[in-house]
Design a protein around this ligand. Structure first.
Ligand code: HEM
Length: 262
């Protein structure tokens, strides 16, 4: 059975359709593996080679990866929630109640989305502190740090805009207080407040604006910045290596210098 399956997989890989999609195959040489990474639209964001130590848990505590994982869960559960939700008053509140008490696994879906959102905020802060603690923000990674700050802001805005969507008392008053803070900005405060809510108070216009921001604008911005973030890691020479550890070339130089002395 196993032999038959392996033969079928080999046949599939040798087929014209497969090879038209995965041009280089995975192969078992370093060159083939590098080609497989470079020729995939998704994988080419990542380095073709990484130091084994750098993908170990102790290097990053996988906090960036965990942040990305929660983001993926949020996108999937968010799309599913959109199938049951209308951004209108008072329907939004009724939809939330339906999700809780009528829709099959609706409560699980809603809670998965809410818990993942809390976790993403926790992970993004933890990841930022870890990067800071290791000094991984220094040259040449300053730009990626700035991209990271943008991602932090987007993550917080996603949480904030999502807060209004259930259209319950908590949502209404939280956004009333939060949006009133924007009025305190000197000179343009009232304009920002009006722009944010589509009026002078939290009402149906505000709900629609927050819905569009939460479900379209901010997720697209997050995807764009995450792609640049990953691509930048590759362009900055992979993940940060601590100064105490000699780079491969330095280690080689030291060995040849030691040989010459002998
Ligand atoms: C949506 C938010 C974010 C996602 C999905 C994300 C994802 C990642 C991933 C997967 C890595 C690879 C290493 C690892 O797993 O830790 C990484 C590295 C990095 N991140 Fe983030 N990140 C986010 C936010 C941030 C923030 C808020 C900052 C800082 C303000 C930041 C700065 C950096 C830097 C400088 C590196 C390179 C670290 C190194 O070379 O060791 N990121 N990020």
């Amino acid at each position: 059975m196993a032999v038959k399956t392996a033969a079928m997989v080999d046949k599939l890989r040798a087929s014209r359709v497969w090879r038209s999609v995965f041009r280089s195959g995975t192969g078992n040489s370093t060159l083939h593996r590098a080609l497989a990474i470079q020729q995939s639209i998704f994988l080419h964001l990542f380095s073709t080679k990484v130091r084994k130590r750098m993908v170990g848990f102790s290097a990053t505590w996988y906090l960036g990866t965990l942040t990305f994982g929660t983001f993926l869960i949020l996108v999937i559960t968010g799309i599913l929630l959109m199938l049951y939700y209308h951004p209108s008053v008072p329907q939004a509140y009724a939809d939330m109640k339906d999700l809780q008490f009528v829709v099959s696994s609706g409560l699980f879906l809603r809670n998965l989305h809410r818990w993942s959102a809390q976790l993403m905020v926790f992970f993004v802060f933890a990841h930022m502190f870890k990067v800071f603690y290791r000094g991984a923000y220094r040259t040449p990674r300053e730009f990626n740090w700035v991209i990271g700050v943008m991602l932090l802001i987007i993550t917080l805005l996603l949480s904030y805009t999502g807060y209004l969507l259930p259209w319950d008392q908590l949502a209404f008053w939280a956004i009333t207080v939060g949006s009133n803070l924007s009025s305190a900005v000197p000179f343009v405060g009232n304009k920002i407040h009006f722009l944010l809510l589509g009026g002078n108070q939290v009402n149906a216009n505000a709900l629609l604006r927050f819905y569009v921001l939460h479900c379209v604008v901010l997720p697209l911005a997050a995807i764009l910045f995450i792609a640049v973030h990953f691509w930048r890691i590759r362009k900055d020479g992979g993940l940060y290596v601590q100064q105490s550890e000699p780079k491969p070339q330095q280690a080689k130089d030291r060995t040849s210098a030691a040989t010459e002395v002998k």
